[in-house]
Design a protein around this ligand. Structure first.
Ligand code: SF4
Length: 723
């Protein structure tokens, strides 16, 4: 509450991983110029924070209108019901906590701790994430904590770990304005990370020598700005990347000294790319050999190459292989560890990065540690003052495993917080049936109603953005203190406070003795000491004084991590060209393309791809209540190429039934050349609350990458039936 009384409070936009700085002032201090919501009521005034280095005062429509969502459809009180066909009744926090702790103890006793699961969110602040890890993985001894980041960027995590020995995007946003070639693959940055795109496009417009390549089956606004748009067939990313590698090798654009001194496994990779001559790669991708050669020439002739990607790469049954194949291109050309260069994964959510740092996936532990690593578990057990062996050596259930665990009866208690799986999970009908079978579901969220609340036995009101002070890390590893500027409404509490209170009531009082979120962060930061994501030199106080700060940021006087730069010495990782692998070398990954898990066939002849729109955020829990955004994107639609539309007799706005092997949905047609023939696109934002029968994930499947266990939400086979 430190700056509650000052006119502007500095915070961070709670929507996406760009992490734009915001300044917020209260309605009472405003006059005629007061911001008003669509009903004319004064709202908090939000503006871009010019002093935030990541965004420099810029915001997109989501950040600009965020204040409108503060008071709409809030969940104010704990509510419970015995079964899903009953109405909720309001209860005290005391009653809700008793019910939850009794139920946890019962499940532990009858089914074992492994029947308890929590499904969290990249919307959490770092303190929320950390407290949940301590409760589940430490005190209860189950690794069944997973987050919606599993659906978003777990392939990037796995790819970085396998190639570099540790997670962490090595680049920073300044690289956007220092690069000679931006290679964007599987990312509609203009709509999904608008401020990153603003910075990149501005630089591109001023520097015509700089090249922008966009790889996407759709002609998105991002592709419109490119020098070269490669509209590859869905699922052929590895063919393309290996084809580019083949040409780089043939034309001798490779950095032999870097390969010899800093990498391993190059020969296995070289053997694979031998099989991707341009005529093969171009044919697989459905592009011309000339375009493939142009892409390779842009890459090979640039001093500094920056690749950017997001869900189009990660949400794939070969997501980790795709990430590593992008990284391979950087390794073979020495494009890493220097300004304007490197493989840069863009995170979806505002604090997905904080989730990675705190161990917020079911195979991770805090401080970029792994559940499977004996030494890592022992370090965390000692730090948390637990007996050795308390942390399970087995990775816990992933997001999708929790759904199948409900089907088999192995999950006895599911705790969902700050996410909406009844819209965002794949194979939605199956997901919903599984949620109906849950013996006990706790749903903790700021908003009500949501689609997932319909499957809950207990509702817990959570404080949201602006109502709790905590830390978030954006895509460029920049840590920002997000200060509270108002009290939570009625009885809402910060997520970390709820987890800590449950921990205390379960008998772990000494582990959750936190007076405030600053103490939670202080404890977590010490647990990162000497780890790749070392932020032991940071605290709420320091972040407030010095502003947003990149990690690594070790405590002065601590043992410097062997391969990390000194604090603030560089905003980039690997500037010394030493990696976190045991031999200090980055590893090439050698992958042949496998293609889509569910390719089109005569019965389901189209590839459906899904994605986001500029104005909406995920499942519309916030943006669906903001008039300006609703009017920008009033309804879902399906994009179809004019040639396919003509063949099927489909006209603009005609309602189409889209069927997959799992379900169907209905969308008005948008006939456009922006989508390639044979492919159709639908946005993923509409759940059952917002549109009748237009859920994209009713169609998608849960086939996942074997390494990252991230589902292939980006592509499935469908048939189209005009109604
Ligand atoms: Fe918020 Fe992302 Fe928009 Fe920035 S780009 S204002 S972080 S939604």
């Amino acid at each position: 509450w430190c700056s509650y009384m000052s006119e502007f409070t500095k915070t961070l936009c709670p929507y996406c991983g760009v992490g734009c700085g915001l300044e917020v002032s209260p309605p009472a201090q405003l006059n005629k110029a007061t911001n008003r919501d669509s009903q004319g009521n004064p709202t908090w005034r939000v503006r871009g924070d010019k002093s935030h280095p990541s965004s420099q005062g810029m915001v997109c429509v989501k950040g600009a209108t965020i204040a409108e969502s503060l008071d709409k459809n809030r969940l104010h009180y704990p509510m419970v019901r015995e079964s899903l066909d009953q109405e909720f009744r309001q209860v005290s926090w005391d009653e809700a906590f008793d019910l939850i702790t009794n139920r946890i103890q019962t499940v532990r006793f009858t089914q074992g701790t492994e029947a308890i699961c929590m499904y969290g969110s990249g919307q959490f602040q770092t303190e929320d994430y950390y407290t949940a890890q301590k409760l589940l993985k430490g005190c209860l001894g189950t690794n069944n904590f997973d987050a919606n980041s599993r659906l978003c960027m777990s392939s990037a995590v796995a790819g970085y770990i396998q190639s570099f020995g540790a997670d962490g995007p090595p680049c920073c946003y300044e690289d956007l304005e220092l690069t000679d070639c931006a290679f964007l693959i599987g990312t509609n940055t203009a709509e999904c990370h608008p401020i990153i795109f603003n910075r990149l496009e501005k630089y591109h417009r001023k520097n015509r020598k700089m090249k922008m390549v966009v790889v996407d089956p759709r002609r998105t606004p991002t592709a419109e700005a490119a020098d070269l748009h490669l509209a590859i067939r869905p699922g052929t990313d590895i063919d393309l990347l290996n084809g580019i590698a083949h040409l780089l090798m043939r034309w001798n654009y490779i950095d032999t000294m870097f390969i010899d001194d800093c990498t391993s496994n190059f020969s296995a990779y070289a053997e694979v790319i031998r099989h991707y001559p341009p005529e093969v790669a171009a044919r697989q991708c459905g592009i011309s050999i000339e375009d493939l050669e142009t892409a390779a020439r842009y890459w090979g002739q640039s001093q500094r190459v920056l690749s950017l990607w997001s869900m189009g790469v990660n949400q794939s049954s070969e997501g980790t292989a795709k990430v590593r194949t992008i990284i391979n291109l950087h390794l073979m050309t020495g494009q890493i560890g220097k300004p304007g260069a490197g493989p840069f994964s863009l995170t979806g959510q505002p604090n997905a990065m904080g989730g990675r740092e705190t161990g917020g996936l079911s195979h991770l532990l805090p401080g970029y540690r792994l559940v499977k690593n004996d030494q890592h578990r022992a370090e965390v057990e000692d730090f948390w003052r637990l007996k050795r062996g308390q942390i399970s050596p087995t990775p816990g259930l992933t997001a999708w495993d929790m759904i199948t665990g409900l089907e088999t009866g192995d999950v006895g208690l599911l705790w969902i917080a700050a996410t909406n799986p009844a819209v965002s999970m794949p194979d939605l009908e199956r997901t919903k049936k599984a949620l109906l079978r849950s013996p006990f579901t706790i749903y903790q969220d700021a908003y009500y109603p949501t689609e997932t609340a319909a499957y809950a036995h207990v509702l817990l009101p959570a404080a949201q953005w602006g109502e709790k002070t905590g830390v978030m890390t954006n895509s460029e590893r920049r840590v920002t203190l997000c200060q509270a500027f108002r009290q939570p409404p009625r009885e809402a509490k910060a997520d970390w406070e709820i987890f800590a209170e449950v921990g205390r009531r379960l008998g772990f009082g000494d582990k959750f003795n936190f007076a405030n979120s600053a103490e939670v962060y202080a404890e977590f930061a010490q647990l990162t000491q000497n780890r790749p994501c070392d932020m032991s030199g940071l605290s709420h106080e320091k972040l407030q004084k010095q502003g947003p700060t990149h990690w690594p940021h070790p405590k002065v006087g601590s043992n410097e991590f062997p391969y990390s730069p000194l604090p603030n010495a560089s905003k980039r990782l690997y500037t010394d060209l030493r990696f976190h692998t045991p031999d200090g070398r980055a590893r090439f990954g050698a992958y042949y393309s496998k293609g889509l898990a569910e390719p089109p066939d005569p019965d389901y002849p189209f590839v459906l791809t899904t994605g986001r729109l500029y104005g909406h955020w995920h499942t519309q829990t916030r943006t669906g209540r903001i008039e300006k955004i609703r009017s920008m994107h009033p309804e879902p639609f399906i994009e179809i190429h004019p040639r396919d539309a003509a063949r099927l007799g489909i006209t603009d706005n005609q309602v189409i039934e889209v069927r997959s092997r799992r379900g169907q949905a209905h969308f008005p047609a948008k006939v456009t050349k922006a989508i390639a023939p044979g492919t159709v696109f639908v946005p993923m934002h509409w759940g059952a609350l917002w549109a009748n029968d237009a859920e994209a994930n009713a169609l998608t499947h849960p086939e996942s990458c074997p390494d990252s266990l991230q589902p292939e939400l980006k592509a499935c086979a469908v048939q189209l039936v005009p109604i």
